[in-house]
Every structure is written in structure tokens, then in C-alpha cells.
Design a protein around this ligand. Structure first.
Ligand code: IPE
Ligand code: IPE
Ligand code: MG
Length: 233
């Protein structure tokens, strides 16, 4: 195995393909989401194992409200159940859990457990695990501008650093690597502001099948990238 010389500080993952995983097996889509949770468990362990400092998981987009009500409800109850089950365990493992998105529009039961786990793990210094739930990159920028206007900033104050300060989690560094599973090659409104200089890795594997091999492939590919940020090497 190739040695990993540089690991990304922050990895974002667009966890896509749960529905197709289920459809391939003639199962209802929701069972794909259920299986997707196992992949979440695996990838959290892998992030710890490979020394990733920040892992952002795109779990529900602002556009996913267009899905059938039953699927949405299933997704939210799955999130709630697993946060209840895993909160203490994540805490014991020094993981700091955070959430990004329009939390206030989520069902109360889910919102409450999110808030609980966030506070419970607040002081932890290990992996920073961010779940993007009811998250949209455009919504985030809109919400930032609303705050900026409320605070009375003027045209001349509008600079990159100011906008950054009003994003949902301003202290988190931008993702170095964004992985999308299931073969789709698009951003689907994930971290629009933050992905300006991210590297992208597209895996054909459906999210429930995502494993250490696939994760390592992405990390190895990342080694070869020459990041220039607009400058010359
Ligand atoms: C990703 O899987 C999970 C969410 C968007 C919540 P999908 O449900 O989008 O799976 P496909 O794309 O239909 O296969
Ligand atoms: C992106 O996947 C959102 C999440 C993974 C939560 P989608 O399946 O919703 O994206 P599109 O609709 O294929 O672009
Ligand atoms: Mg999808």
C-alpha cells in the first residue's frame, strides 16, 4: 500500500446512492437509507483511524424536502434514533459532533437530540464530525447575508472574511477533499462557498457499500493533487 504523506484536514462527503442500492435489491428506498447508516459508522471510524480532523457528512439537503413525505419522515426518525443510540459512544471516543443547516425547521424531537449531542460533545478534542442536515449552500449564504444586514454592515464592509464569519460554522476550515459516491458528478448545493478550492473525488460505489478500500482510494488520489490556489507552483 502506498504511504499517505498528506491527509486532508477536512473531508466532506456527499453520501449518495442509498435509493439505488435498495432498488437494485428490489427493496424499498428507505432500507437503502437504513443500510447507509452502517456506512456512516464505518466512515467515522475510518476518519479517526486516518487522522482526519474534520468530517462533514451531507445528510439532508434543502432540496430533499421535494421527496415523498414518508421518506423524509423515515430519514429524520433514523437520524434521531441513531443520535440517541450513538451520542454517548461518540462522546466517549472524544468526537465533537456538530450540525450545519437550517436546524430550526427540523422536527422538534430531532432538533432536541441534535442540540443535546452537540452540547454533550462540545469540549471534545478528537474528530470533528459535522452532519449537514437541512443544509443548502445557497441557504447558508442567504442566511449569512440576512445576519450581515441585521447587524448594519455597509457596502464597504462586505469582504470575504466578513461573509465567512456569518456562515453556519465559521471556525471550521474549508474542505480539502470532497467525495461523492454513486457515480454522480455534481455538487448538489453542498458547501458552495467553502468548496472554492476543494479537490473532488467521485466514487462509483453506492453509499451503503462505501468501505475502507474506497476511502483509501480517495486518500491516495488526493496525494497526487497539486493544489495551487490560483498561484504558480
Ligand atoms: C442519498 O441517497 C441520501 C440522501 C439524499 C438523503 P439517495 O436517496 O439520494 O439515493 P439515490 O440517489 O436515489 O440512489
Ligand atoms: C445530495 O444528494 C444530498 C445528500 C446527499 C444529502 P441528492 O441525491 O439529493 O442529489 P441530486 O438530487 O441527485 O442532485
Ligand atoms: Mg441521490
Amino acid at each position: 500500500m502506498e504511504k499517505l504523506k498528506i491527509v486532508p484536514v477536512h473531508i466532506g462527503i456527499i453520501m449518495d446512492g442509498n435509493g439505488r442500492w435498495a432498488e437494485k435489491r428490489n427493496l424499498p428506498r428507505i432500507l437503502g437509507h437504513k443500510e447507509g447508516i452502517e456506512a456512516v459508522r464505518r466512515v467515522v471510524k475510518l476518519a479517526v483511524k486516518y487522522g482526519i480532523k474534520y468530517l462533514s457528512l451531507f445528510s439532508f439537503s434543502t432540496e430533499n424536502w421535494k421527496r415523498p413525505k414518508e421518506e423524509i419522515e423515515f430519514l429524520f426518525s433514523l437520524m434521531e434514533e441513531n443520535l440517541r443510540k450513538e451520542g454517548e459512544n461518540l462522546n466517549k471516543n472524544n468526537v465533537r459532533v456538530r450540525f450545519s443547516g437550517r436546524k430550526w425547521q427540523l422536527p422538534k424531537n430531532l432538533y432536541e437530540i441534535m442540540d443535546y449531542v452537540e452540547k454533550l460533545t462540545e469540549k471534545n478534542t478528537g474528530l470533528n464530525l459535522i452532519f449537514a442536515i437541512n443544509y443548502g449552500g445557497r441557504a447558508e449564504i442567504i442566511d449569512a447575508f440576512k445576519e450581515i444586514i441585521k447587524k448594519g454592515y455597509k457596502e464597504e464592509d462586505i469582504k470575504e472574511d466578513l461573509i465567512k464569519e456569518f456562515l453556519y460554522l465559521p471556525d471550521i476550515p474549508e474542505p480539502d477533499l470532497i467525495i461523492r459516491t454513486s457515480g454522480e458528478k455534481r455538487i448538489s448545493n453542498f458547501l458552495l462557498w467553502q468548496c472554492a478550492y476543494s479537490e473532488f473525488y467521485f466514487s462509483k460505489v453506492l453509499w451503503p457499500d462505501f468501505n475502507e478500500d474506497e476511502f483509501l482510494k480517495a486518500l491516495i488520489d488526493y496525494q497526487k493533487r497539486k493544489r495551487k490556489f490560483g498561484s504558480v507552483k
